[in-house]
Design a protein around this ligand. Structure first.
Ligand SMILES: [Zn+2]
Length: 739
């Protein structure tokens, strides 16, 4: 091999020892075979459902009746369960989530509690004097299709139904259950459903988890067997529902599914207004007016009405009913189909709700559809239920009301709009992309909080969104690591629920989209995930793998760091050295060459780079570099290139070696902004892989035409860098918060 005689040689005099990956210092770019489930015929290595993928089907026929006077709900259901697994099932498991409200519930028993030093009389009374609310299912019977009683066992919030003969692959079984329960006042007793008591004597019901629901059986868990403790939400199979709901005749009601008998429950005027709403794509139409609602809430009908709904391919069913409801609706045009946006609210929600709810529902459906798939259901309903933010297929409960005088702050308005986007957005994750909420809160809350942020930015780029922007997760990620757990933690084991399962994954995905992958590749991959898994049951692996599979981005380093650890990002500028080109070697270079054996010596004319501040640096060097300043370089250029080629050569005049250090454990891209003496700036983006050989330090030399006056790492705060005091050169004065 020919000796290198000429060339710009920068000798790394103090090269940093490369860190060999060890168990203590693992390779952060290693594939995650140690963490992910092995791909199989159900779930492939690409992240797509495999050829053996199956899921169970649970169809329901339900009749329920609300006793509004006594706040009780009575129900009877017939479940038809289809076993699509290759294996036979000896028993079935159902979820009795209402039992979390039972006096026998173990949920309060797994919480530590202390003696409050100060309590209101009401608080003291509820804690020490009064009996707990008497909630939970009262099961009257479980019968097979022939009417014969079936054996069942209840373990807290789950019920095992024994089968006389195993249910084989492809077989169906039908059975019936009758039950009732006391409905909880959720503002007193908590819960994701129940009723709100108004001073005028009326109630506003939001009913969910109101029927025994089939648990998920699949290739990952077998029967889902984690109890409902209260934090980890639900895991439910898809099915079709026929539901008849009997309520006082003066109630207005909405629920999951298509209303089959609108003409029996609406007045002719309301029917006409609803027909108008179905054609109104630009603004909501009031279907049940405030005057009608105010008239209804003064009475208490002893007559009954039955509302009949049919829902296809949903994982759950929710209902909201009250005689206080105002109802408005508008049509929504999506790329491939139309749907309806609907809101129900008491007069206490106005004027806020009439103005914003249905409009933001419509916007959410359009925004989410454009990032996933067209919303496949006939409607999306937003219910105003104070203190609630909870989602079911096609229907959700949302808080946010003006003061009694109708005035509201921007905070209330923005909070109400955010919660509506969020809960309507849950139609996509997890109602359609049906992940296991009992195990992984982040799979629905994190993905949904991310798209909520995207939708809010599409509504108004200045919307004060709290979850999504990278810098908003810094206070959490820089907190005491003893109080943190990785995103990949079970839903019941998360201390800071909102930060861990909503904020951090939303910020992570936003960073992935804006900073790591770019919108085009990210959006395609995210859409691929949504479409692969819509109406199916994905796992974390399916998400991680699809995002890589569809983008050609190896992201194991990102998933490992952001989802499997509590590491934080901190990248700083340790040192900036200016270099000057010289015909003469510096003293350091001479010393270095002496230590080399003769045959390794570099001979012939060389170009030398002298560092500012080194012994050989002379003040006269401090001027913009020209090729003619360096004899050997000029000779080389003239000998090698034609005049024409020479004119095209770059003309760097300044050389800066920047040493980046990384006190943080996360590996992240280095984003650098150079500011020149004339005030112009230039961005440089180094992928995270720059850290693959050395996890602590990275060096880059910038050869520029203009002198640099400022270098800043992550100038737009897009990487959740927890310490920005080390991000600038020269060091910026940090203003004390007392200034
Ligand atoms: Zn949520």
């Amino acid at each position: 091999m020919r000796k290198i005689l000429l060339g710009l040689v920068v000798f790394p005099l103090m090269s940093i020892a490369q860190e060999k990956p060890t168990e203590k210092n693992p390779d952060k770019f290693k594939q995650m075979y140690d963490l992910l489930a092995t791909p199989n015929m159900y779930r492939t290595a690409s992240g797509a459902p495999g050829p053996e993928y199956y899921q169970q089907q649970a169809d329901y026929k339900i009749d329920i009746e609300l006793d509004d006077r006594n706040t009780k709900l009575y129900g009877q259901e017939t479940v038809t369960y289809t076993n699509n697994a290759k294996e036979s099932l000896d028993y079935l498991w159902m979820q009795l989530d209402q039992n979390q409200q039972s006096r026998k519930s173990l949920s309060p028993m797994v919480e530590s509690n202390v003696t409050d030093p100060v309590m209101s009389p009401k608080g003291f009374s509820r804690k020490y004097l009064e009996e707990d609310f008497d909630g939970g299912f009262n099961i009257e019977y479980v019968k097979d299709a022939s009417g014969k009683a079936m054996n069942y066992t209840i373990n807290q919030t789950m019920m095992r139904i024994e089968l006389a003969t195993p249910l084989k692959h492809g077989e169906k079984i039908s059975f019936s259950i009758k039950w009732w329960y006391n409905i909880n006042n959720y503002r007193l007793d908590g819960g994701r459903s129940g009723y709100e008591q108004f001073e005028d004597g009326n109630r506003l019901y939001v009913l969910a988890q109101f029927y025994p629901r089939m648990a998920v059986y699949n290739d990952v868990e077998g029967w889902q067997n984690q109890q409902f403790w209260g934090a980890g939400e639900f895991a439910l199979p898809f099915g079709n529902f026929d539901v008849n709901i009997t309520v006082p005749a003066d109630h207005i009601l909405e629920a999951t599914g298509e209303l089959l008998n609108r003409s029996e429950v609406f007045t002719p005027a309301q029917l006409a207004r609803y027909a108008q709403a179905e054609k109104s794509f630009d603004k909501p139409v009031i279907v049940v007016t405030q005057a009608e609602a105010e008239a209804a809430e003064k009475g208490f009908s002893t007559q009954k009405k039955t509302w009949k709904f049919k829902a296809t391919n949903v994982r759950d069913f929710g209902i909201s009913t009250s005689r206080k409801f105002i109802y408005d609706a508008m049509a929504v045009k999506l790329a491939s189909r139309n749907t309806m946006a609907i809101s129900l609210y008491p007069k206490e929600g106005n004027p806020l709700w009439e103005e914003y709810s249905t409009r933001i529902v419509a916007h959410t459906l359009k925004s989410y559809s454009s990032h996933t798939f067209d919303y496949p259901y006939p409607k999306a309903i937003s219910i105003n239920a104070e203190d609630q933010g909870m989602e079911y297929p096609m229907i959700c409960w949302n808080w946010g009301r003006p003061d009694a005088d109708g005035k509201y702050s921007d905070r209330v308005k923005h909070g109400m709009m955010s919660v509506i986007v969020h809960e309507v957005g849950h139609n996509f994750f997890p109602m359609i992309v049906n992940s296991d909420e009992r195990q992984w809160t982040w799979m629905d809350e994190g993905l949904n909080s991310f798209l909520e942020y995207v939708a809010l930015m599409e509504w108004d780029p200045n919307f004060p969104a709290d979850r999504g922007p990278a810098k908003n997760i810094v206070p959490y990620m820089s907190g005491d690591e003893k109080g943190l757990e990785p995103i990949m933690s079970n839903s019941e084991s998360i201390r800071q629920f909102g930060n861990n399962a909503y904020g951090k994954p939303a910020a992570a995905l936003n960073i992935l989209r804006e900073t790591v992958m770019g919108r085009e590749l990210f959006d395609y991959a995210f859409k691929t995930y949504a479409n692969r898994w819509k109406f199916k049951h994905p796992t974390p692996e399916d998400f991680f793998r699809t995002m890589e599979d569809a983008s050609a981005f190896d992201l194991d380093w990102f998933w490992r760091g952001w989802f499997y650890t509590t590491d934080f990002n901190d990248i700083g500028i340790k040192e900036v050295k200016k270099y000057f080109v010289s015909n003469e070697p510096s003293k350091e270079v001479k010393d270095f060459l002496k230590t080399r054996r003769r045959r390794n010596r570099i001979e012939g004319p060389m170009v030398y780079m002298i560092a500012d501040g080194s012994e050989s640096y002379k003040p006269e060097m401090n001027k913009p570099f020209e090729i003619k300043d360096c004899k050997t370089l000029q000779e080389y250029v003239e000998k090698t290139f034609t005049k024409e080629e020479q004119a095209k050569l770059k003309t760097p005049k300044y050389f800066y070696q920047v040493t980046f250090d990384k006190p943080g454990e996360l590996v992240m891209p280095i984003i650098v902004e150079l500011t020149f003496e004339d005030g112009t700036t230039e961005m440089h983006h180094f992928p995270a892989q720059i850290w693959r050989m050395n996890d602590k330090e990275a060096n880059r030399t910038f050869a520029t035409d203009k002198a640099i006056v400022k270098i800043k790492v992550d100038p737009k705060e897009e990487t959740a860098d927890i310490n920005t005091t080390n991000n600038s050169w020269p060091k910026e004065e940090v203003k004390s918060k007392f200034d």
